[in-house]
Design a protein around this ligand. Sequence first.
Ligand SMILES: *Cc1c(COP(=O)(O)O)cnc(C)c1O
Length: 425
Amino acid sequence: MAVLEKLTSQQAIDLENKYGAHNYHPLPVVLCKGKGVFVWDIEGKKYYDFLSAYSAVNQGHCHPKIVGAMMEQAQTLTLTSRAFFNDKLGEYEKFASEFFGFDKLLPMNTGAEAVETALKICRKWAYEKKGISENNAQVIVCNNNFHGRTTTIISFSNDPVARDNFGPYTAGFIKIEYDNIKALKEALENNKNIAGFLVEPIQGEAGVYVPSDNYLTEAKALCKKHNVLFIADEVQTGIARTGRLLATCGTCSCADKNCSERPNVKPDILILGKALSGGAYPVSAVLADDAIMEVIKPGNHGSTFGGNPVAAVVAIAALEVVRDEKLAENAYQLGELFRSEINTYIETSNIVTLVRGKGLLNAIVINDDEDSDTAWNICIALKENGLLAKPTHGNIIRFAPPLVMNKEQLLDCVAIITKTLKTFE
Ligand SMILES: *Cc1c(COP(=O)(O)O)cnc(C)c1O
């Protein structure tokens, strides 16, 4: 069969369109190679990657340490299932638990699975520890959330494209406005059956919405007061993306250690995915302390691939790269530089209204309607100029390069972005 012969980009696109379900609308570029902050298309054109696979490739494409660990393990032992122990899982669980400061880790594969896992742990905790009566546990979530694509998760989405015609929906979720502490307070005070509050520290897919400085700190305090689990979905914001290891807590890279702009709240349940593997392999995890994690008993939950030895060594290597290459500090510094450069551009721009974000998770808002195609057209032009980014909405473009970028490369990218934007003014 000839499919493995070298295709043109158009042929590759045609194959996907003919034989693949149309569940994505990709930018028309076909990538065949990646290294660090760069990717190449079939025709050999080189691009800066400013999406990083939705922040899964924080450590850069094909990081030799991560790929090396993966290859060595792939030749030794790939999968045992959890019917047996393997020699890598425990080592990884210890490493990651200590790395993030939790007692225990539950290994899964994808972000959505980890969110599902967190919700199951939360509900079980609510019945067995908090004493909520059977089937009455409620979890508070936020409007415009993105937590994945499973049936339960889309049940509490308010995006009609993600949700419509996939019902009936899973019950037990209360939606409140994001970044509205009063709404959370009221939801908690009026209901004795609240088990948890599931929140993104920054709403990534919604368009990189950064909440007010004290929001997460106050939310955590309210959860504590009402004996409700504070569940942080850091699948996108975690692993150094926002300028420190986690967006909710951890060492701050800015000079002011008490800076309220950088909350220090330890989640009761932490959800990680994406860059936990450096983009090499699907690895996700849920972390919690014993008092919560102990509700999970043999048979309650599982996954055939979750915790396999390849995933374990890949995740250790991915976290070591973040630590050893000081990626949080780099993301912090380059993020400050990026926003300051784009803000300078905005001063004289009619097409860009603002830039927002933390670390290297940023977005620009285009001066056009939410359902316009201006952001898409800008991304097409950026592609022509050698930089790949993707709109999150009709008028919002997310900019999230790998965190291994250097200052010179970032300034080069700013030049590409501003040159491109100028043609739309
Ligand atoms: C990407 C993402 C998920 C889902 O991860 P998958 O691996 O695609 O299932 C969940 N939560 C957040 C915040 C995400 O960005």
